[in-house]
Structure formats: structure tokens, C-alpha cells
Design a protein around this ligand. Structure first.
Ligand SMILES: NC(=O)c1ccc[n+]([C@@H]2O[C@H](COP(=O)([O-])OP(=O)(O)OC[C@H]3O[C@@H](n4cnc5c(N)ncnc54)[C@H](OP(=O)(O)O)[C@@H]3O)[C@@H](O)[C@H]2O)c1
Length: 258
């Protein structure tokens, strides 16, 4: 039986660990990111260790047109996608008006528009088969407004909302969508988002491998939302919603200050 996972952002961090975890379970892979060399290295590692088939697509997935081109490349190879992991994403530190608007627009394109595009394209073929699983990599940021990462937090609020809504719509068609909402994870994300020196980046954080196990296992069970640490889950569900808004904003502002 076909068990192929399409994973975006698989050249490092959480995406590469998703590929390792799925391959350990004997599943084939389509791994996508812009950097070719790390994808080829991951392909060699996983094919040798687990005897699975790994297809590399070294392409930018950062706009709806580019996401569609990636999907077309998968279809051109006759590959059926059984699991979609929408993981590619990036953040960016700084005051909203101090940041380069183009970078924030590119963030919206990748974190939101490309994710919606792939969910639509892959979801449509999953619906015809009445079977499929999606994992949307969101963040605990999705539960909060984020001063000094205003656009990033808002993109993740979109992802968590969108994922739950399509899960409700598509469950009757045999498709589930799980939002994975990690706290800080030690990956290239901290450097690329320019978070070094913030209170947030000084937190203990989690390993990508532990976050992946939590998210992948939750997806297989068809969970709506997965938060990797119990204390974070308690905070997001049982503390933040009951705190005064301004207090939450000041708390996050402090965490984002260098
Ligand atoms: N690390 C954290 O603290 C944390 C916490 C919560 C949520 N998350 C989320 O987890 C996801 C993965 O992040 P990570 O922590 O693993 O960071 P990472 O190590 O920086 O990985 C990001 C991945 O996305 C890929 N990517 C970026 N832009 C792309 C584009 N335009 N087209 C195709 N691929 C692109 C990167 O590969 P290339 O550069 O090769 O394209 C890389 O493989 C993101 O959605 C992030 O928002 C991270």
C-alpha cells in the first residue's frame, strides 16, 4: 500500500526530522526545499538506512505559483501523496514598521499562501481516494499576538485556525488535518528569524526530534492540535485565554526584547 509523505522544508530542522521519522516507519518520501545538497544527503541517508524511496525536489515553494509547480513536479513523476506535511516557514524579529515590508510579505506568501495552495491541491486528490492526512506546522505563537514578531505570530494564527476548519470539513471524506504547535525548537529558525539575544531564544526549548514524534504521532491519531510540552499546552489552553489582553501583549513584548 502506498504511504508517501510530501514534506516541505525538509533540508533542515523539523522537516528533516519528519523525513527521518517517516522513513523509520518504512514510508516513501518527497522532500522539498531550496537547498539541493542537504536534500540529496538526506535522501542518501534514508534510502541506505531504511530501503525507502526518496524523491528530491529542490525548489522554492514560497508562493502559490511555486507551490503549484512543486505539486506539478510530484504529479509528473506519478507519485501519490498520502501524507502532506506543510512545514516550510520562517519568522522575523523586529518592529513592524522597522522591518522590510517585502520580507514580511514573503513570510505571508510561504507560511500562509503556499500552505493553503498545497493543502488544496493535495487535498483534492485525497478526497477522490477518501483518504489522507495533513500536518500543518504551526506554533504556540498561533495562540498569541506577538509584538516584535507581529507578522510571524499572525501567520501561525492563520495556520492553526485554517487547519482546524478544514479538518472539520474533510473528516467525513477520510481526511484529517492536524496543527502542530511547538514552542521554541533548536533549529536554524532562531538564527534565520534573528531571534538570538531575545528572552524567547534563551528558553530551554525542545529538540526537533521530540517535536516531530509528538506531531507525527498526533497526526496518525487524527488529533486536531498537538502541543509538544504539557506545560505549554496548559498555558495556551488554560492561562493565556483568561489573562487580560494587555498583560499578554506586555509578556510577549518582554520575551521578544533583546
Ligand atoms: N524552531 C522553532 O522554534 C519553531 C517553533 C514553532 C514553529 N516552528 C515552525 O517549524 C517550521 C520549520 O522550522 P524549523 O524550526 O525546522 O526551521 P529551519 O531549520 O529554518 O527550517 C525551515 C525549512 O524551511 C525551508 N524553507 C524556507 N523557505 C523556503 C521556501 N521559500 N521554499 C522551500 N523551502 C523553504 C528551509 O529550507 P531551504 O532554506 O533549503 O529552502 C528549511 O528546510 C516552520 O514553519 C516554523 O515556523 C519553528
Amino acid at each position: 500500500m502506498s504511504n508517501t509523505a510530501l514534506i516541505t522544508g525538509a533540508s533542515s530542522g523539523i522537516g528533516a526530522e519528519f523525513a527521518r521519522y517517516h522513513a523509520q516507519k518504512g514510508g516513501d518520501l518527497v522532500i522539498v526545499a531550496r537547498r539541493h545538497a542537504p536534500l540529496e544527503a538526506l535522501k542518501a541517508e534514508l534510502e541506505a538506512a531504511h530501503g525507502v524511496r526518496v524523491t528530491v525536489i529542490a525548489k522554492d515553494v514560497g508562493t502559490p505559483a511555486q507551490a503549484t509547480a512543486v505539486y506539478d513536479a510530484v504529479k509528473a513523476q506519478g507519485i501519490q501523496v498520502d501524507i502532506l506535511v506543510n512545514n516550510a516557514g520562517f519568522g522575523g524579529h523586529g518592529g513592524f514598521l522597522d522591518r522590510d515590508l517585502a520580507k514580511d510579505q514573503a513570510m505571508i506568501d510561504l507560511n500562509i499562501s503556499a500552505l493553503v495552495t498545497l493543502s488544496h491541491l493535495v487535498g483534492t486528490e485525497m478526497k477522490t481516494r477518501k483518504s489522507g492526512k495533513m500536518l500543518q506546522v504551526s506554533s504556540t505563537a498561533s495562540f498569541l499576538p506577538g509584538p516584535y514578531q507581529a507578522v510571524y505570530y499572525a501567520t501561525k494564527a492563520f495556520v492553526t485556525s485554517f487547519s482546524q476548519a478544514i479538518d472539520q470539513e474533510l473528516r467525513k471524506d477520510g481526511i484529517t488535518s492536524t496543527a502542530l504547535c511547538p514552542g521554541l525548537v533548536h533549529t536554524e529558525f532562531v538564527a534565520s528569524a534573528d531571534l538570538a539575544g531575545t528572552g524567547l531564544a534563551k528558553q530551554k526549548g525542545a529538540t526537533a526530534a521530540s517535536v516531530v514524534k509528538c506531531g507525527y504521532d498526533a497526526m496518525m491519531k487524527g488529533a486536531l492540535i498537538a502541543i509538544n510540552e504539557p506545560q505549554l499546552s496548559f498555558m495556551m489552553n488554560w492561562m493565556i485565554p483568561f489573562m487580560p489582553r494587555r498583560m499578554v501583549l506586555k509578556m510577549i513584548e518582554k520575551m521578544q526584547t533583546k
